[in-house]
Design a protein around this ligand. Sequence first.
Ligand SMILES: *Cc1c(COP(=O)(O)O)cnc(C)c1O
Ligand code: SF4
Length: 466
Amino acid sequence: MEGKSLPIVQVDASGHPVHPRKPPVDPATLVHREFLDGPFWQKIPAYRDVDEKTFLDHRWQAKKSITRPDKLMAAVQDLVSDKFLDDVKAGFAHAPMSVRVSPYLLSLVDWQNPYDDPIRRQFLPVYSHMLPDHPKLDLDSLHEQADAPTEGLTHRYPDKVLFLALDTCPVYCRFCTRSYAVGINTEEIEKVSLKANKDRWEKAFQYIESRPEIEDVVISGGDVYQLRAEHLTKIGHRLLDIPHVRRMRFATKGPAVMPQKLLTDDAWVRALVEIVERGRRMCKEVVIHTHFTHPNEITAISKRAMDRMFQSGVIVRNQSVLQRGVNDTPAVMKLFVKKLSFINVQPYYVYIHDLVKGAEDMRTTVATAVELEKQVRGVTAGFNTPTFVVDAPGGGGKRVVHSFEHYNRETGVSVYRSPNVNADAFYLYFDPIDLLPESGRARWANPDEHDAIIAEAIEAARDFQR
Ligand SMILES: *Cc1c(COP(=O)(O)O)cnc(C)c1O
Ligand code: SF4
């Protein structure tokens, strides 16, 4: 071979490639194009006789959502063991977050193996999996309350605000970052009140009006799915009327947990599409940001709902949370990204799990996130490749997970800077202690070590800057 360069594509005598560089894939591997369809819910005892029309009715989904262990037992009956049911009962009693699960989600759980099921893990607490909270956790770990000029409005970044319109959701996630406000009071927590309230909203709108630098408004909650159509209309048009507001995002987990609403709540969809279309005429962007977490949540019903959004000109982006035992492997994350892309939902962010009370078993390490990002980038279009971010505790805002100044894998402490929020501050994230090496776990086990662990990390970050 000396002196000769290798041919890039080998050809046979008649010039046809014999070893094409990119062999076609076996179509059977294109599983991201397969969507669970048919009356899959009928395998749940309580829904055995439920027809499609009923299952697609969003009011039925809301009415039949489960908030108590006895109702769960009645729904799944003999599908699960007594041991599991007792574990869930104890889980409900100890959970800081309220529980609410739609029949749709219940139907997607693999009840043969509920402990490992990614949807069960997100919505139904089991006591035997609970871990002690991290010693550095506090309730509003993102300091949304501290950065609020009016109640329920967080102004942290220069040109964007987060507006929490209400405090209820179509489902309640066990890992909710806003468990300080969202859901009903539980035995564990008395919540901050952020109810749907026109006077509170008007104060937020007036603040936005008074600050010409604000161009971007995230309308969240709770969940805007729970807003009545006329409230959606009121909020949407009031914000469009503010000249300097250029971009609005309605944040809702709804498409992931109750896609039925987008197919059958015509008044709500019409209200949304009217805001989007008026925004477009005004050259302002109005989009939906949703929150799928696992490929199993993306069914033929989700696809129909997202098709309706796309055909109505509504852009949908996704922000998901990296969760242990849910979506923390390359295979799941790649399938997830491909599946979202296929239904025209842009995978925008994957958040490292916040420090949330009662959800320590769902968090994973920064190292895991760094590795996953490498595995996922390149699998599809760059604009459909999520950015992996840490929403730095203490109000630092979102930082790209790789951008730490320092990361100590032994103690699990990573240190970030956030110059647009505070040029001088360091923001720290903490890996879950149970995933640290033995030596790191031992240091955290001794409270006298905690200050030293943190001081060392900050010192190392300063060194890196010098
Ligand atoms: C996430 C967030 C935003 C929006 O940030 P993007 O990076 O633009 O998606 C705005 N305000 C607050 C307080 C936030 O947490
Ligand atoms: S839908 Fe969002 S705001 Fe509501 S409980 Fe889940 S994570 Fe929290």
